[in-house]
Design a protein around this ligand. Structure first.
Ligand SMILES: Nc1ncnc2c1ncn2[C@@H]1O[C@H](COP(=O)(O)OP(=O)(O)OP(=O)(O)O)[C@@H](O)[C@H]1O
Ligand SMILES: [Mg+2]
Length: 289
């Protein structure tokens, strides 16, 4: 049976100015899965994420961690935040220490670890996010992409069970964005749960085990990537684009160049593999020859 590490049950939330940001959100995050949240600007992704580690508290409904209702007392919140780490959408909301080294050390130092353990965690987190050479730099002088990586290292060094990243690849150059996604895969292979929000449908489609599609403060759709992106009605209703791999697959199928038995590829390597097999593109080969 599935084990749910994080849940939102009928969560409603309005900001102090009256903006109703979440309107009865239900989420079940399975332990160890890679989950992506998609949705237009203002759909409520960030607001929901801030509920997952207790920064915001629902006006109605519940957040549950490992099957238990989240508590909002000081000790309960500290415990929750030790286990559920969040990388903020805007790095300037997260970084507050003078130097990169101090910034990443802050969290682990507060866990009461020895100096050696803290340093070891900090060095590993800096190496994983490729910021070792920035360790003495003042955080406020870094570029946006560098700040984003410091934020990811911040959370990595805490060794949380759940890592939540709000638009982790926004403004990273393509090589670093790919590297970050590989890092999240590695974290996932270690048994951790990784949740991210993104506007990149190609990334969500290839990377996620499960996708939530949000619209106007509610969940408009959820499911495995293949079923989300084959659901025309849902995509139309939410104004979501289709990943290029799905477009390509549908076009090749429409032309009869792919047999019906060929499953939807999740990566370009899978697509190229299909193209190379006799079963997949026999018609094309036949025409070309
Ligand atoms: N501090 C705030 N005060 C008032 N309203 C807010 C605040 N933060 C967000 N909102 C509003 O809440 C709604 C949800 O915003 P949220 O930031 O959660 O969306 P999002 O899906 O993360 O969008 P984006 O893709 O742009 O990051 C929006 O209508 C937004 O204007
Ligand atoms: Mg957001």
């Amino acid at each position: 049976m599935a084990e749910y590490i994080l849940e939102a049950g009928d969560v409603e939330f309005s900001y102090p100015d009256g903006t109703k940001a979440l309107k009865g959100v239900n989420i079940l995050i399975e332990k160890g899965k890679k989950v992506a949240f998609l949705g237009a600007n203002g759909a409520g992704k960030t607001t929901l994420f801030l509920h997952f580690n207790g920064i915001l508290r629902p006006n109605r409904g519940k957040i549950r961690f490992q099957g238990r209702d989240v508590g909002y007392g000081h000790a309960a919140l500290l415990e929750l935040r030790k286990n559920v780490g969040i990388v903020f959408q805007d790095p300037d909301n997260q970084l507050f220490s003078a130097s990169v080294l101090q910034e990443i050390s802050f969290g682990p130092l507060n866990l009461g670890l020895s100096r050696e353990d803290v340093l070891q965690r900090v060095r590993a987190a800096m190496a994983a996010t490729e910021i070792t050479e920035l360790e003495r730099r003042p955080t406020h002088l870094l570029s946006y992409g560098q700040k984003k990586r410091v934020c990811i290292a911040d959370v990595l060094a805490m060794h949380p069970m759940v890592m939540i990243c709000d638009e982790p690849t926004a403004c990273l150059d393509p090589k670093l964005a790919r590297h970050m996604m590989e890092l999240f895969d590695q974290i996932s292979r270690e048994g951790k749960t990784v949740i991210l929000s993104t506007h990149d449908v190609d990334l969500a489609y290839s990377w996620a085990d499960y996708i939530y599609l949000m619209k106007d403060g509610a969940v408009a759709g959820e499911g495995k990537p293949e079923s989300i992106f084959r659901n025309e009605t849902l995509l139309e209703r939410t104004g979501m684009e289709r990943p290029w791999l799905v477009d390509m697959y549908l076009e090749l199928s429409k032309k009869g160049w792919l047999s019906n038995s060929v499953p939807l590829p999740r990566t370009k390597e899978e697509l190229f593999g299909i193209i190379e097999t006799d079963a997949g593109m026999s018609h094309v080969k036949c025409c070309v020859l």
